[in-house]
Design a protein around this ligand. Structure first.
Ligand code: IVH
Length: 709
């Protein structure tokens, strides 16, 4: 039990981390290529057709979960194509982001409510939003210079995609030249490439007749067709396109989302005829219901409806949170369900010691994807649903969320099925696993946690995996499998060991390059990518430490507030010394840091072992200050407090703007406050500002200050 020792080959697709998926795709590419060679060249297959198909299906399922990881030598790309040098990379001038999800009508009301509040609109003020189908295809960015298509790139990881220009140029639907008089100097037009149902069916029939690969769904067929290394094959595939957005644009042809898309259509771009403009959450929902009813007759796959604020000036004010716009959301269609048997309940130990039950299922297809694991959340959930090993269960997938067990079909329960007993010992280290009681409410935590902290291998390994992961230190070539290997061999026990690996390796009798699975070149590459992270942004450094309750956003807030690691560390230690300290008050005063986070931080720094890890790391790594959002702005580095009723902007908009300009927004006034912006009816904060002699600004004065006036 426990996921730490599990080879990725046995892991269900939904359970793979990105690093595991990358390794697994590499393994599958090699294995399938070997079987291809045996079959085609030697006429001597070693495995059954069914086993071969299973490998390909697994490859496809992983690719469809992680389209960004599709390899240039992927088996799905090798449908009779001559191997070439693969695709070059393209850095997106404006990142290609994703969308937040709404799963219920309430979520849609919340979304519209949030926008109204942010913009300071009243309940009855009109707010126009576009509604359009969310196409289940792959997004693409098309660069037009002086009206000519010059470059096409896949989304990739959002920052960098693959150059698929020559393939896109074969697509009939995408104009090589924009037509009309108002064609802009240069623009990235973005949209979705997809395959229609009828074309998909025809393609698969032809593929089957020719003894070629059959695609699992239209999305895979579209992705496989676009990412062909031989564009002559792409040319024969019936790919379609809808334009719905843009990246960098010198000028825009309209002031609204719907207006710009209408201009795209005039330029000869295919746009979705279903797109419409609504005036309220109720209208959005009516549109959603109507389209859901017609979903099967549209002729192409959609997985929900996308809503976007129509006015572009409002979009700009709303801006982005994390990697998604505040002004748009995807309202997903309900989850698809299936019935299967629960074979086992496995307990996995997470990075923070949480014991998570995972349902091991008889594989079943749910909404086009084979599911063999599902989340059971926690012990109470198992008890509430009375889920037992051997039960027939209903499984559901909702969008890209991990499959869940909805309920048990009690009538089908075998007589021998016993209620599940949740372990009280950690399956990874044998330490007691306990459920903490919340100090304030006295309520027992739903999660059982291993108390083995630093001795628990699952936690140490999971912490290391977190440390090197994409959103933390992002060390290329140091995936979950190598971390596990290095850990098992005692080479990497904690993060600083990563940075001393090369030095120790040079003195070691058993050199990395001589280890199984490694070579001179891969070892050199690994050391180079480790070296490349000897300077990392401070927020990634903080996030990488894996402090409880400190996610990416909180890490950014801390990095911005404290500026450098020495200041941050000293402040956390000082804050931990006494709740009467200035450091504790400052920490709690940071907007976005609540008591739970503050406590988790001081607990972390109160543990000497953690401080040693931080110090050892600092001997190897130099955290760089957060990319200042705007170091040149008049309020960069200043601390601002907003108080009273603001009339020009909502509180959250004021805060977002200030932060964008590099200011820190605090919740209360102190000596360190640079400006207090006081709206109507400002109370005690204004008085305090006056007492302390802090500059007090009206809303207008603030607006003037930030505009540099
Ligand atoms: S708008 C800032 N509109 O959904 C993001 N996306 O979950 C703007 N998608 O990566 C995206 N249909 O590939 C937008 N009508 C539509 C869409 C759509 C499909 C995809 C797109 C995006 C993903 C986000």
């Amino acid at each position: 039990m426990g996921k730490t020792k599990k080879p990725t080959a046995d892991k269900a697709v939904e359970e793979l981390s990105e690093d595991e998926a990358r390794l697994e795709l590499e393994r599958l590419a090699a294995e399938i290529a070997q079987h291809d060679a045996l079959y085609y060249r030697s006429d001597a297959p070693e495995i059954s057709d069914a086993a071969y198909d299973a490998l390909r299906l697994r490859n496809e399922a992983i690719e469809s979960r992680f389209p960004g990881l599709i390899r240039q030598d992927s088996p799905s790309m090798r449908v009779g194509a001559a191997p070439s040098d693969g695709f070059g990379k393209v850095r997106h001038r404006v990142p290609m982001l994703s969308l937040g999800n709404a799963f219920s009508e309430d979520d849609v009301f919340d979304f519209v409510g949030r926008i109204r509040r942010f913009l300071g609109l009243g309940e009855d003020d009109p707010i126009a939003l576009t509604a359009e189908p969310k196409i289940d295809g792959l997004s693409i960015s098309l660069r037009y210079d002086k009206g000519r298509l010059v470059e096409a790139a896949t989304r990739g990881d959002g920052a960098e995609g693959e150059n698929v220009t020559s393939n896109v140029k074969t697509m009939q639907e995408i104009p090589a030249r924009l037509s009309g008089v108002e064609v802009p100097g240069s623009i990235d037009i973005r949209g979705e490439i997809f395959m229609g149902h009828a074309d998909f069916k025809k393609l698969n029939e032809a593929q089957a007749a020719a003894g070629q690969k059959v695609f699992a769904n239209p999305r895979n067929a579209a992705a496989g067709s676009l990412r062909q290394l031989d564009s002559k094959i792409t040319e024969k595939r019936p790919l379609r396109f809808f334009a719905y957005g843009w990246g960098e644009a010198k000028e825009l042809p309209a002031a609204t989302q719907s207006g710009v898309v209408a201009a795209f259509a005039r330029w000869g771009m295919p746009t979705n005829p279903e797109m419409t403009v609504c005036q309220s959450a109720e209208e959005l929902i009516a549109y959603y219901r109507a389209l859901e009813g017609r979903r099967a007759t549209l002729g192409y796959d959609i997985d929900g409806i996308v809503y976007k604020v129509d006015r572009l000036d409002l979009q700009a004010r709303l801006g982005f949170v994390s990697r998604a716009p505040r002004w748009a959301i995807a309202h997903k269609f309900p989850a698809e369900q299936a019935t299967t048997i629960l074979r086992d309940i496995e307990i996995q130990v997470g990075r923070t010691g949480s014991l998570t039950p995972v349902a091991k299922l008889e594989p079943v297809t749910v909404g086009g994807v084979v599911v063999s694991n599902a989340s059971l959340h926690n012990e109470d959930e198992i008890a509430r649903k009375d889920v037992r090993v051997g039960d027939t269960v209903i499984v559901q997938r909702a969008g890209d969320v991990i499959p869940q067990i909805v309920s048990v079909v009690v009538e089908k329960r075998p007589k021998s099925a016993e209620p599940f007993k949740f372990p009280e010992l950690c399956p990874a280290c044998g330490s007691h696993a306990v459920r903490e009681a919340d100090e304030k409410s006295g309520k027992t935590d739903a999660v059982r946690r291993c108390t083995g902290g630093l001795i628990c291998p699952a936690q140490r390994v999971e912490r290391l995996k977190h440390f090197v992961s994409r959103t933390a230190f992002d060390i290329d070539g140091l995936g979950d499998k190598s971390i596990q290997g290095f850990y098992d061999d005692g080479l990497i026990q904690s993060p600083p060991d990563i940075f001393t690996l090369e030095k120790r390796d040079a003195r070691s009798l058993k050199r990395l390059k001589d280890r199984e699975g490694w070579g001179e070149q891969s070892a050199r590459k690994l050391f180079a990518s480790i070296d490349a992270r000897r300077a990392v942004p401070l927020d990634r450094f903080i996030f990488g430490l894996g402090i409880r309750h400190v996610g990416e956003t909180t890490a950014k807030v801390l990095a911005r507030s404290y500026g450098d690691m020495a200041t941050f560390k000293a402040a956390m230690i000082a804050a931990g010394a006494s709740e009467a300290s200035e450091a504790w008050a400052d920490l709690n005063n940071i907007d976005g840091i609540g008591r739970t986070v503050a406590e988790a931080l001081i607990e972390f720094f109160a543990e000497p072992h953690n401080v040693t890890v931080v110090d050892d790391l600092l001997a190897e790594v130099t955290p760089t200050p957060l990319e200042a959002v705007a170091t040149q702005s008049p309020v960069a580095g200043k601390t601002v407090v907003f108080t009273g009723t603001l009339e020009k902007f909502s509180r959250s908009e004021a805060k977002a703007t200030a932060e964008r300009l590099g200011a820190k927004v605090a919740g209360s006034v102190s000596k360190k406050t640079d400006y207090v912006v006081a709206g109507a009816d400002a109370g005690s904060k204004l008085t305090k500002a006056r007492d302390l002699g802090v500059a007090v600004l009206t809303e207008d004065e603030w607006a003037q200050l930030i505009s540099g006036g």
